[in-house]
Design a protein around this ligand. Sequence first.
Ligand code: GLN
Length: 494
Amino acid sequence: MSDLTHLTLADARDALKSKKVSAVELTKAHISAMENARGLNCFITETPDLALKQAEASDARLASGEAGPLEGLPLGIKDLYCSKGVRTTAASRILDDFTPTYESTVSANLLRDGAVTLGKLNLDEFAMGSSNETSAFGPVVSPWKRKGDPGAKIVPGGSSGGSSAAVAAHLCLGATATDTGGSIRQPAAFTGTVGIKPTYGRCSRWGIVAFASSLDQAGPITRTVRDAAIMLRSMAGHDLKDTTSVDAPVPDYEAAIGASVKGRRIGVPKEYRLDGMSAEIAALWEEGVQWLKDAGAEIVEISLPHTKYALPTYYIIAPAEASSNLARYDGVRYGLRMPGRDIVDMYEKTRAEGFGAEVRRRIMIGTYVLSAGYYDAYYVRAQKVRSLIKRDFDEAFAAGVDAVLTPATPSTAFAQGEQGATDPVEMYLNDVFTVTVNMAGLPGISVPGGLAANGLPLGLQLIGRPFDEETLFSLAHAVEQAAPKFDFPEPWWR
Ligand code: GLN
């Protein structure tokens, strides 16, 4: 049975279609993997009964020939997506007992296509973090171990750490995630999985708990590039309930897998060669260049001169939008309420009790940069810099570059407590290569490049033109083919 959890999503789909396995069998195998992995803390809420009901319905549809593209495939859902009738927490105490009466559009799209949902995956509180250590439900432990250091608990990245760890540990065939500054790509890089943040507007944000609305995008984390293409096709699409979602047809992304990359022009931005970049990351990047060259792509050096402003600008814009979005958690409409002397006292007690330290820090930064005296100096200035960052990419694409290749992260994963304990900026630096992509609204994919000397995975990032996810899938597939193969960790957590 446990072999069923080792299928790729594509192979599981084919096995279901050819009736080699039933959706109920596949789902039971994943439920037992999920239940045996509670030590990793990937799930905040498990929904095995719901999953089995869905699987039975899938088997009926498979039998009657009405199967959808994801029929019977067990997935995990980041607990930032509202699930109708299932507790949805955003990993925050303030939403501890919130059960939505509606389903997010993206997860509804997955259900429409026949997916089975195993439960709600852990994350950093309100998706703020890079290590999954800010969750009110405790940190997620990566299935990966650092060489010669069996006692260290490695982080799975964040904020979609439950998603990345659950996929890497074979608890589900794929998972939904969200990315505001890197939260799909960085956890994918840390766990040897594939993660794509599509173009802003490609997926509906409706029913996904908002962090920074002009940056947030939904996307999948999977074990292969093909699996990511399959999931994204179901997730994406226009939605009348989100005016920022784009009314453009969703291509068959899977058809891009295996497409030739001959003659594709790949930009290598010199500004990403940071001072003090580790030799290992620099070498990985070189290898990525060589793999794409070997596949027939042409490599050109490019300049994205405003790159160095991306991280500081992000940490003005994202907290500003977060402070506004999180104003709704007032103890009246959702979740937690702490009694107070009067309504203001109730608001204050509820928010002080309900939000964790990182969320409170973001709300304070955001409120400050939006305040009357500082709005022009910080927020307006940051928006202008954001336009310049986007213009850098526009110019590279206008000059004929089809995609940009960079490392996904400046290091491998670290152990719990090793980063950000005294200086939050140390943690923020994890997203130095990914935030530019959200600022510019572009699609970006992280694909495994191999293992570092410490035994932990490293990822490469490909950044594409707006709405050209297909090119990213074909290039990422070429990297996947060329990169050294590795095995996911043996289940030491059982
Ligand atoms: N790590 C970044 C942050 O903490 C990005 C998070 C995300 O993409 N959701 O804001």
